[in-house]
Design a protein around this ligand. Structure first.
Ligand code: S3P
Length: 425
């Protein structure tokens, strides 16, 4: 589906973006793993999270919705293999975390994805899960989906250093560790988001974390999670689109409510402030309130370790395009392995806006135009990548409008994005 976005003269308002996608996946999984009923308030309504929900039901959990929140009941005798393929659609978090869970369930599991997911490497989970005693097979040396997993009731814990820091890989191993004999230890050289450790701990599982320089070591002693009343805060990675929109737009004030403010998630706030953004953060009832106001931005240097998982880089390239001077994005190799090649896409987007762009190995550079009002009208094919739909829309609204090909893919994380955007005009 193609969608036209018009520029807007003034933007103002207050939003609560959807529930954090990472916490939503995990709330569903931990509830399904527990014996009895859990409730989830603020669950993301995106298609990625719906895939996880559907898979938990296939594996034996029950789910219904009550007064706007989800109720999930895990079977007392535990989850079990499904005869049908587990459909992960566009969601990397679903396939990697579910792989960890089904590794501990006896039987053969088939995990499928859409064209985007079918290009993403699963060797990074196949190796550690294999060391724990399950078998994960996919296509080619990078083990791309569809995956066939032979789960085992005889998994054993491992002590594993994740070669490329990844919250999904860490989480996949920890979830498999719930079923293993002995402790599971996962080390990461850079601290990635802690949703899995934090939520396992909340559900009564013995998990300890120890900082080691810029990294961390997490130890899990296996036990069954207990049912919980989960509250999911607003997703900082979704708030990031509106923060960038507020600061690059010449006449805007946008307030984002209840945003999760874990240090691994708000690196983009520090980057934008360094660029001169008027972006304030105040404690709110259940998370932070972020307020973004029109600002004159100047260039900066962004390193991947500041934004673990690099989810906010596409929209930060739009901020760089509006800034004066040349911004450098360093060590961005992981961008190539997301829902699309976001390294190439970020350059293509900034170029479409009229910027001079170039790359050197894993680094890329954007020469900003000094104001979003200098952006050109542009067309962008978002492929199957929700974050490029939203990044393009931000640039179109603040600049001179745009056409977005593949705009419906926004529903994988934020089905009401265009309504929320319109509410600010
Ligand atoms: C996620 C981890 C991330 C991120 C994704 C969500 C998660 O990837 O890109 O949007 O919920 O664990 P990494 O595994 O690269 O950290």
């Amino acid at each position: 589906m193609s969608r036209h976005v018009d520029p807007q003269a003034t933007l103002s308002g207050s939003l609560r973006v959807p529930g954090d996608k990472s916490a939503s996946h995990r709330a569903l999984m931990l509830s399904a793993l527990a014996a009895g009923e859990s409730t989830i308030v603020g669950l993301s309504r995106g298609h990625d999270v719906a895939s996880t929900s559907q898979i938990m039901v296939q594996l034996g959990a029950r789910r219904h919705d009550e007064a706007g929140h989800a109720v999930v009941e895990g079977p007392s005798d535990g989850l079990r293999a499904s005869d049908e393929p587990l459909q992960c659609a566009n969601s990397g978090t679903t396939i990697r975390l579910v792989s960890g869970i089904v590794s501990g369930l006896e039987g053969r599991h088939l995990l499928e994805g859409d064209a985007s997911l079918s290009r993403r490497p699963m060797d990074r989970i196949a190796t550690p899960l294999g060391l724990m005693g399950s078998k994960v097979r996919g296509r080619g040396p990078r083990v791309t989906p569809p995956l066939e997993i032979i789960g085992s009731s005889g998994l054993h814990g491992i002590d594993y250093e994740v070669p490329t820091p990844s919250a999904q890989v860490k989480s996949s191993i920890l979830l498999a560790g719930l079923f293993a004999r002995g402790d599971t230890v996962v080390s990461e050289a850079v601290r990635t988001r802690t949703s899995t450790e934090d939520m396992l701990r909340q559900a009564g599982v013995d998990v300890s974390s120890e900082d080691r320089g810029p990294g961390r070591r997490v130890t899990l002693r296996p036990s069954r999670p207990r049912p919980q009343a989960w509250r999911v805060p607003a997703d900082p990675s979704q708030a990031a689109f509106f923060c960038v929109l507020g600061v690059i737009h010449p006449d805007a004030q946008i307030e984002l409510l209840d945003v999760e403010d874990a240090p691994e998630r708000v690196g983009f706030v520090h980057v934008l402030r360094r660029m001169g953004a008027d972006l304030t953060q105040a404690p709110g009832a259940s998370g932070a309130t972020l307020t973004a106001r029109s600002s004159l931005l100047s260039s900066t240097e962004v390193h991947a370790r500041e934004i673990p998982s690099v989810d906010e880089v596409p929209v930060l390239t739009v901020a760089a395009a509006a800034a004066s001077g040349v911004s450098a994005f360093r060590d961005m190799v992981e961008l190539r392995l997301k829902e699309s090649d976001r390294f190439e896409g970020s350059l293509r987007l900034a170029e479409g806006l009229g910027c001079r762009v170039w790359s050197d190995g894993d680094d890329f550079f954007i020469e900003g135009l000094g104001s979003s009002r200098r952006f050109q009208t542009f067309s962008f094919d978002a492929g199957l990548d929700h974050r490029f739909v939203m990044s393009s829309a931000v640039a179109g609204v603040a600049g001179q409008g745009c056409d977005i090909e593949g705009a419906d893919t926004v529903a994988s994380s934020y089905p009401n994005f265009f309504d929320d955007l319109a509410s600010l005009a």
